[in-house]
Design a binder for this molecule. Sequence first.
Ligand SMILES: [Zn+2]
Length: 277
Amino acid sequence: MKIRKLWMAAALAAAFGAGCQSVDTTSGGTVGVERQQRMMVSAAEVNSGAEKAYAQMMAEAKKKGALDRDAAQVARVRAITQRLVAQTPTFRPDAKSWPWEVHVISVDEVNAWCMPHGKMAMYTGLLSKLQATDDEVAAVMGHEISHALREHSREQMSRQMGTQLGIGIVGALLGVGELGQSIAGTVADVTLNLPKSRTAETEADRMGVELAARAGFDPRAAVTLWQKMEKLGSSQPPKFLSTHPSHEDRIRDLQEYAARVLPLYQAARGGGAAAGR
Ligand SMILES: [Zn+2]
């Protein structure tokens, strides 16, 4: 009896092992972000969940009359994100064919996000409360796009499944079943509500400044953006800071990496020979 149970556990573990893979979602770029990630849920599942959740959220915003209300604002945000998206193949060539999409939601909340597979939203509260410049908008969206390129939501979901695996293999299997049923809800929750790890934040910061620089936005704006965000934090904590926890070294790290990618920015602005390198 006991042996039979053991054998079953081993078989289940093997089945799980087959579904677990270590991947490097992106290549390093100039900022050199390289780290193997353990994935237990497939990109296809996560991406289709994200598309479902995004469609639902945008339909809801439309019903409330909060979707893309100001044509000039929408055009501005689209122009900035398009330039950033054009640079994503630096980190992963397949991003060229992602179904990128951005909408501006009229909500008085300092927030912006990018779901897996390039589904983005900018909240009007971020634009108005921070008085964000184009370079600063590029800093926020470059950071968000980088989370998506690194598939941080998929990684976080995989980690949750890994924790369940530690508790008990049968429980983990049940967890997977539940996850399958509500995958759209889980993707939305992980992307929009749960705090990201410090590692994920640092990676998104570093890749974000590179995307911005290559697109011709001043990468140093990431520093002023976070300073504005933190200043606001003392009176009315931005939602963005709860999902993107700041840390003491962030400003220093951003300064260092903004300086490192500054030549890319100068090349993009001047159209010099180094552009696109
Ligand atoms: Zn973040």
